[in-house]
Design a protein around this ligand. Structure first.
Ligand code: GDP
Ligand code: ZN
Length: 383
């Protein structure tokens, strides 16, 4: 991780000054964080209970930082840290916080519109929630390297699966000065990303930056992509200020101590919100079944024309997919990539199923043991 990548955590844009605080409708200051009528409607029952809405900008060991209409507060997450790791509160969630108390507890959070999840590690199949309520998944792909369409497809699957709308930015476009060459590269990526906007950008020349800023202005975004793809540079451009200076400017907490807090959710000066949680770097693929289908929409579309509805497009007669490869309208690489992602996905799903089955077995064993103990008690075998 480059040093500048972590720099965009500590932007001042999240702060409200007290003049802005507003004890009635929390709409105005929270609008910058993505609060809208639909969130307000969903929150109405909690407002009736006197709970306060706020967006989670950071979660850390039993606590989270929540931006409310009255500023940022630290709240306890004991009520929103269930056993299921996918239901643990995370950055981007809209929290319902107690109006008073020390600590103040987050009582619940609003149903998520979208959620980014990753598999935790190679030998565990539990998912981990990385970010909630993301509208745009900006996939950064460096033009300094040979394009790896398979990797782009992986990120696209993850993005579609989350519910966010993907956008591919081809970074460092200044390194491809030939416009015809650049157009070919964009076209290559477009064939791997049907229905997805592909935008060349350069932090160096500013090319494409306004177009990107316009997209991210409309909601909450995350930047995905390989290390070195130019994510932090782009984030800094979008933040539009000298984040290195901000990084050294430390905050003072309520007790007058200097603290350096890390925010994983930042409001952009041009509008929109950017989320970067540590886990979002190098995300893997987790149960991205629907996502894989969307990345390879044209293959799934072709497959509806196969003679057999469960055609595996290997050697079956009247296979529309193989026919498309034959006549050149579908690249063989695409089909290979599709198969690879499906296989990988099935492996992850199988692992998850195995875990669930093991949990169920354990559950039954416990219930069985309790049942046996109870009947033994009744029969007077146990004291
Ligand atoms: P990250 O790991 O994805 O956050 O990537 P960085 O933002 O740290 O960028 C990786 C490298 O690419 C750094 O050396 C940047 O200076 C360089 N870089 C980023 N954006 C551009 C660009 O638009 N043009 C060129 N030529 N280099 C860039
Ligand atoms: Zn087929």
């Amino acid at each position: 991780m480059s040093s500048s990548f972590s720099a965009w955590h500590d932007s001042p844009f999240h702060e409200f000054n007290d003049a802005e605080s507003n004890t009635s409708a929390p709409s105005r200051p929270l609008a910058a964080y993505g609060w809208d009528d639909a969130w307000a409607d969903a929150f109405a029952p909690y407002a009736e209970q006197g709970l306060v809405p706020g967006r989670v900008v950071r979660v850390d060991r039993g606590q989270c930082d929540v931006v409310t209409a009255d500023g940022t507060l630290r709240a306890d997450t004991a009520f929103v840290t269930p056993h299921d790791p996918l239901r643990v509160i995370c950055t981007g969630d809209w929290a319902a916080v107690e109006p008073v108390g020390d600590p103040r507890f987050v009582r619940t959070y609003l149903p998520r519109r979208t959620a980014f999840v990753r598999s935790t590690s190679s030998n565990r199949s539990e998912g981990q929630i990385l970010a909630a309520n993301v509208d745009h998944a900006v996939i950064a792909v460096s033009l300094a390297l040979e394009l790896d369409l398979g990797r782009i497809e992986r990120f696209l699957a993850l993005a579609w699966e989350s519910g966010a709308v993907p956008l591919v930015v081809l970074t460092k476009a200044d390194l491809v000065p030939d416009p015809v060459g650049l157009a070919y590269l964009v076209q290559d990526v477009e064939t791997a990303a049907p229905g997805v906007r592909v935008l060349p950008v350069s932090a160096t020349t500013g090319e494409g930056v306004d177009a990107l800023a316009a997209v991210v202005a409309g909601g909450t975004s995350v930047l995905l992509g390989q290390s070195g793809a130019g994510k932090s540079t782009l984030a800094n451009v979008l933040l539009g200020e000298d984040v290195m200076a901000v990084q050294s400017a430390r905050e003072v907490d309520g007790k007058g101590r200097h603290t350096t807090t890390t925010r994983n959710l930042l409001v952009l000066p041009g509008g929109g919100v950017l989320i970067d949680t540590p886990g979002l770097r190098g995300v893997g693929l987790y149960d991205a079944g629907a996502g894989v289908g969307q990345v390879f929409a044209e293959i799934e579309e072709l497959a509806t024309g196969c003679r057999f509805h469960d055609c595996s497009h290997q050697a079956e007669p009247e296979c529309a997919v193989l026919a498309a490869i034959e006549d050149g309208s579908l690249a063989h690489r695409r089909l290979e990539s599709y198969r690879k992602l499906l296989r990988e996905n099935q492996r992850i799903v199988a692992k998850t199923d195995a875990r669930l089955r093991a949990e169920m077995r354990r559950d039954w064993r416990i219930k069985g043991a309790v049942g046996r103990a109870n009947s033994a008690l009744k029969r007077g075998h146990l004291r």
